[in-house]
Design a protein around this ligand. Structure first.
Ligand code: ADP
Ligand code: MG
Length: 322
């Protein structure tokens, strides 16, 4: 039967005659567009999914990012990203800090936090507090957030299976350690069993003494020990800046040599120093590339890994992408 016979206009879909039809048609158009956009996003991700399948990505999650932002629950969004990476075949390893949380518990216990050159002076009482916070509070928080989406995350301390061997950095700092060796066996075992390791950065020396080790340094050392494809730092700034006060001075791409010069001339300062030093060391020692990203942007990990858009700062050994 011809569509226009019984007086019904045949042009409904294309020229809506009244407001009700118009709005329905508009909804249709929007829906089709957004479905296409979603499909395009998934297709865009395809080559990245293929390329990173089976590859290890070490992600350092900062204590500041853990505190969350007003716009979204940062921890929940981070957990979703990590699980998605795992589900498409990547091998994510999470390394976390917890500076603000340590200072907070010290305050509650009436102990004054003291810093020298950005490093926390760590006496015997403080290392106990550091361990309580990292292994007893922050680590299980991350593990629980990830495991909302399945049974993937396993928390480990650097003391477990002597994952992180430490040596004292400077007697004046107490139990602040440097990584002297990484024994990645516990991580390779967990990864082979398809778990997501979540590492608290307590190190241990040959006598069993615990040390507080900077989480940025640990993330780099673990990325090297695992021969990771990527090392990612999630922090509270959009990336490296040529001038720390100028948001427009973001450095999108850099090399180990360039960054070494920026550290030497003081462009890189404060909490950026251990990140950049680890990036330089890691890309010179087999890690494919390193990224410094803004952990305050929801799903920044997915944007970096699965889209064509460059985001934050990317560091390679010599500018050549492997
Ligand atoms: P996290 O908790 O992620 O380790 P930090 O505070 O230790 O965070 O390090 C990030 C901070 O480093 C930034 O908020 C910024 O103030 C500082 N910073 C110093 N130099 C630079 C630079 N050149 N570019 C960007 N950030 C810098
Ligand atoms: Mg820091």
């Amino acid at each position: 039967m011809p569509a226009a016979s019984a007086g019904a206009p045949a042009t409904y879909l294309f020229e809506p005659r009244d407001a009700r039809w118009r709005s329905l048609c508009e909804v249709d158009v929007v829906t089709v567009d957004s479905v296409h956009a979603r499909a395009a996003t998934l297709v865009e991700a395809l080559p990245y999914i293929r390329r990173f399948a089976g590859r290890t990505v070490v992600v350092k999650y900062g204590g500041n990012a853990l505190a969350g932002t007003a716009e979204h629950d940062a921890l929940e969004v981070f957990a979703q990203d990590i699980v998605l990476m795992r589900l498409v075949g990547m091998r994510p390893v999470v390394v976390h800090g917890g500076g603000p949380q340590i200072s907070s518990l010290m305050g509650r216990l009436g102990k004054q936090a003291e810093f020298r050159d950005g490093l926390r002076v760590t006496d015997a009482e403080t290392i106990d507090i550091v361990r309580m916070v990292l292994v007893g509070q922050v680590n299980p928080q991350l593990v629980a957030a990830i495991n909302v989406h399945g049974n993937y995350a396993v928390g480990v301390s650097g003391e477990d299976a002597a994952l992180l061997r430490a040596t004292p950095r400077d007697p004046a700092l107490g139990f602040v350690g440097d990584v002297s060796a990484v024994n990645p066996r516990i991580l390779t075992g967990l990864l082979a069993d398809e778990f997501i390791p979540v590492v608290a950065t307590i190190g241990v020396d040959g006598t069993g003494q615990a040390y507080n080790i900077n989480a940025d340094t640990v993330a780099g050392a673990i990325a090297e020990a695992l021969g990771a494809e990527k090392l990612v730092y999630l922090t509270d700034i959009e990336g490296l800046r040529r001038d720390v006060r100028d948001a427009a001075s973001l450095i999108r791409q850099s090399t180990a040599d360039e960054l070494e010069a920026l550290v030497a001339d003081g462009t890189i300062a404060g909490g950026m120093i251990p990140k950049v030093a680890s990036c330089i060391h890691a890309v010179r020692n087999g890690v494919g590339r390193a990224h410094i990203l803004d952990g305050r942007i929801a799903h920044v990990l997915l944007l970096e890994i699965f889209t064509d858009e460059g985001i934050g700062t990317m560091v390679t050994v010599n500018g050549v992408l492997k």
